[in-house]
Ligand binder design. Structure first.
Ligand code: ATP
Length: 272
């Protein structure tokens, strides 16, 4: 229950615990993970490799269930894939035998729903893919395929977009372009976005808050506010404030991995 006047979080993760049953026994991927994402926010999730970021995102999407705890969308428990939640993976996952147009039409076909041509054309235009409808995935670059995946995810007008390291496979220049695109799309639609990344710079460029997960089992170790105005210019990204925030997030991740806390690291050496 929220306090009177408080905004209901768009997404709430309450005590999420996930155990995978593996051939070598139970694997605790997430343990008592709790966080909230407010409406219209962009929240990034970072943490050491294998700490449970994808597991957490999949739980938010309803693609898999939790062992304990729950995820709430607009205060309602998520029990399976939800029409109000779009997802973009690291791979664009376009169907190779369908051209771009037919790939984007695909979710509408599954739902037996009329495609919203005006909205889809607007999105294609937004991401610079207008005129590419007849092209097959193999004819598109990695960046273009990811743009198409973003259009496909947004085509059904979800109120939440989950992005699982969507640009990890792209070269750094294309990645930067894609980051700007996400920023622009967000400024256009104000869709609530949860974004997994290994790049702290990417997290800071895009997010209102950065959630750091501890090493496996993933728990929320710390949440950092990112207080910079959007759009975040190159000057802002090169500022001392961003440099300091980057280091603080890095220390949180590395410190937790090595067992050294940020405070311990900052202690000056004491002569005996
Ligand atoms: N389907 C599965 N079955 C068994 N174990 C799994 C499964 N999916 C993930 N795991 C394990 O759960 C842990 C968390 O995995 P997950 O992919 O969520 O972490 P991650 O933080 O996204 O990793 P990365 O940073 O490398 O992408 C890992 O030890 C992984 O091997």
């Amino acid at each position: 229950m929220n306090a009177p006047g408080a905004v209901t979080p768009k997404l709430r993760v309450d005590g999420a615990t996930k155990v995978y049953q593996t051939a070598s026994g139970d694997l605790l991927a997430l343990e008592d993970c709790t966080m909230a994402v407010q409406p219209n926010e962009i929240v990034s999730i970072v943490g050491p490799s294998g700490c449970g970021k994808t597991t957490l995102l999949w739980s938010m999407s309803g693609l898999h269930g939790l062992t304990a705890g729950q995820v709430l969308l607009d205060n309602q428990p998520i029990t399976g894939p939800h029409p109000d939640i779009g997802i973009v993976f690291q791979e664009a996952n376009l169907l190779p035998w369908r051209n771009l147009e037919a790939n984007i039409r695909f979710p509408f076909e599954i739902k037996h729903q009329q495609i919203d041509r005006v909205w889809v054309d607007h999105l294609l235009n937004r991401v610079g893919l207008e005129g590419f409808g007849k092209k097959y995935p193999r004819e598109l670059s990695g960046g273009m395929q990811q743009r198409a995946a973003i259009v496909r995810a947004l085509s059904l007008k979800p109120s939440v977009l989950l992005m699982d390291e969507p640009f990890g496979a792209l070269d750094s220049f294309t990645r930067e372009e894609m980051n700007r695109l996400v920023e622009e799309i967000w400024m256009d639609t104000h869709t609530t976005i949860v974004f997994i990344t290994h790049s702290i710079e990417e997290a800071i460029l895009l997010s209102d808050r950065v959630v750091v997960l501890s090493a496996r089992p993933g728990r929320v170790a710390r949440v950092f506010d990112v207080p910079f105005e959007r759009p975040r210019s190159l000057d802002v990204m090169a500022s001392k404030e961003v440099f300091d925030l980057t280091n603080a997030i890095k220390e949180e991740i590395v410190g937790r991995r090595t067992g050294i806390t940020t405070t311990e690291k900052r202690q000056p050496a004491v002569a005996s």
